[in-house]
Design a protein around this ligand. Sequence first.
Ligand code: ADP
Length: 506
Amino acid sequence: MSLRAFDWIAKHAEARPRSPAVHDLLSNREYTYADMHDRVERCALFLHERCGVGKGDRIALLMHNSSDMVELIFACWRLGAICVPMNWRLAVPEIAYILGDCKPKAVVYTPEFEESAKAALGQYGGEAMLVDAADGDPCLYESGLRAAYGNIPIIDHDMEDPWVILYTSGTTGRPKGAMITYAMQLFNAINCAVHMEITMSSRGVTVLPLFHVGGLCVYLSPILHAGGSNIIMDQFEAEEMLRLMTDRSLGLTHMLGVPTNYLFISQLPAFKDAQIDHLQSVGVGGAAPPLALLETYAAKGVMMEHAWGMTETSSIGTTIPKHMALEKLGSCGLPVVHVETKIVDEDGNDLPPESVGELLIRGPTVTAGYWQLPEATAQAFLPGGWFKTGDAARMDADGYYYIVDRWKDMFISGGENVYPAEIENALYRLNGVAECAVIGVPDQKWGEVGRAFIVADASAGLTEDRVIDHCRDQLANYKAPKSVRFLDELPHNATGKVTKHMLPRD
Ligand code: ADP
């Protein structure tokens, strides 16, 4: 049976038009559900009439978080179009690759990304309408919304249609577009509502980028589903975040951050006396939070809701009930209500409690697949629809999960995933690199940072600075290695693969 996807913003605008929906902190624009409904409608009309966007067409976004970005994402919903919010930290060749992969009808960008958007479109070489968007300035986006007139085509929304594509890099070194459907998002909203008590009185702050599931799907979309309101921060800023957390008059109830966010907040002098125990749900995930960090917040009466999730699971797959946060310190909890999880060995056999194996997940929040990559999609699943997470985990005797390591070749720097294969590909484009390997090494500030090991041709005269500068030209800055070691040779196993665990991490 095919189910219809309903428009949450339109529904709430009908029932409670004057309820607050979105507050854009940077521009201080506050929109009710009626306002949001109107802007989403105008945005959809603009995209349809001026940019020729229809059902199934892609729209790429290159911007910091804003209410405009939220309405663009929901305008895609109204049109049945597919939104591709792109990571603005990426370098031009990376953006060009994504544009070439998803072939958008329009690219919407804000002024700080104008140069990158134009350069990337040039490199991609395809046709797409460029739309500049700025907060209220007489830009094409805002004037387009004002002039929007016409009828939105009647869309036959099917729950299984994709709404958003989020690109995640992979061990192959090329980003893959994980498709997020309306059904995935509905079940994600239900999961979050059940476990984080989201209602129409909830007020969340969205600080993680909307190009990540952490920003879009926790808690922005579940709160909009419930008819609550969201404060949108353009980017994380520790002092501003702490101000929001401590200002009781704002009525903040929900927030999600990566461990680095909470670490920076806890290092502010004002944190010592800050009162934050009124916050209902303080979620942390995306990377393993240090136990000391969980304890620091617990000492302030905040039992962080440690969650595990992936782009491919459209947000949280497991989460810890607050009352167990201390007893099961470090556990990312139990599977949420609408998913199943298990741990298996390398042959896919179920493992008993306390054994470390690969975490598998299945359920209606798991991705419909990678955009136009049927083979990569097939490889990501085991028979029975189990998605292979690439995370090494164990479950204790009470069923609580612990992420202990990663089976996939990846490290996490400040909450952003970095796949060494991508950096190695870039390094091999540098003259003089004979062989290389990249690993993540511990870092006080970012959790992990990259270190490159290079066997170089002596004649090329490579230096650490030249290697790092080259990576910064090719890749997002957070992916560029922070240190480089030159070796005479790399360690290899019998099949000739580099044995990365033998490379020095100190
Ligand atoms: P997200 O936006 O949630 O970080 P990604 O797809 O970018 O989604 O990254 C998913 C990966 O991040 C997981 O496969 C896992 O390796 C890591 N991760 C997510 N949550 C946790 C956690 N609570 N503890 C340890 N690692 C985590």
